[in-house]
Write a protein that binds this ligand. Structure first.
Ligand code: GLN
Length: 265
């Protein structure tokens, strides 16, 4: 079918996944599958590019950049290459208002550095944040955060597992406030980072299938043109809403468990 030039059928979501073969724990790849399926359901073309080791990124060629989580060893493996081959393109993309979504290990690498016991992994320095290991256990569990989007309070639910504690610096603002779980560092009650269309978060799950409203929010930002937010037709999300509810329930249960452990019961 030939759509009008600006009609839905002519739209293409151009996604660039960074190191998808390495940065993919807790099924973070599911975020890409979800975007692809929702585009297909709406008649939007989905153009997917993987930028692996050694590949530069062209900020003008994509609307949505994505990086998933990874183990420390994966992050150590990619950090120098990411700075050398992708930093300039990603910084330009961020300045141009492209969507950048970074999860957990990828989120940590958006910042200045990730400091481990025996080394410091330099990040991209695209957002002003620092991640350090501190004494104490890994921050693991189901998590629920409140996010303000377009003046409305919305909820994201997912799962976190990180040894690093992230601290936002300067003017950086969190993605949301922790309702249940640990968030950035288990202390300040904040989760993730959001600067314009750059989003970092510790939420796995994967994030987008459990939070389809957020997938649509990011898609509509990525497809916006001339300052005009793209409109997306609603989809039947009955199953996805149930997945979200399960994730919220799991977060509430984890909270109850943690409270009982603290009380020694
Ligand atoms: N390796 C990082 C940490 O443990 C990030 C882990 C992750 O992506 N889940 O802090």
């Amino acid at each position: 079918m030939n759509g009008a030039v600006n009609g839905p059928a002519s739209r293409t979501l151009r996604v660039c996944a960074l190191y998808p073969s390495r940065m993919n724990i807790y099924a973070d790849r599911g975020n890409m599958i979800l975007l692809e399926r929702r585009c297909a359901a709406r008649g939007i073309e989905f153009a997917y590019t993987a930028a692996e080791h050694g590949d530069a990124v062209d900020p003008a060629a994509h609307d949505f950049f994505y990086i998933g989580g990874g183990q420390d060893r994966d992050q150590i493996e990619i950090a120098a290459d990411m700075r050398a081959t992708k930093r300039a393109g990603l910084a330009e993309a961020a300045d141009a208002g492209k969507v950048i979504l970074a999860v957990c290990g990828g989120y940590q690498l958006l910042g200045d550095f990730y400091e481990l016991a025996d080394r410091r992994v330099e990040g991209l320095g695209i957002v002003d944040l620092q991640t350090v290991r501190e004494p104490g256990p890994r921050l693991i569990g189901n998590v629920m955060i409140d996010v303000e989007v377009d003046g409305e309070r919305r909820r994201l639910a997912g799962f976190e597992n990180h040894g690093g504690r992230t601290y936002l610096k300067g003017e950086e603002r969190p993605l949301g406030k922790v309702v249940e779980g640990f968030g950035n560092n288990g202390k300040d009650g904040f989760e993730g980072v959001r600067r314009d269309n750059v989003v970092g978060t510790y939420l796995h799950g994967p994030l987008l299938p459990k939070n389809t409203w957020f997938a649509d929010h990011l898609t509509s930002l990525a497809l916006s043109a001339g300052g005009q937010r793209a409109e997306l037709e609603p989809l039947d999300d009955a199953l996805e809403l149930r997945a979200h509810e399960c994730a919220e329930r799991a977060a509430k249960r984890s909270h109850g468990l943690r409270a009982r452990l603290r009380l020694g019961r």
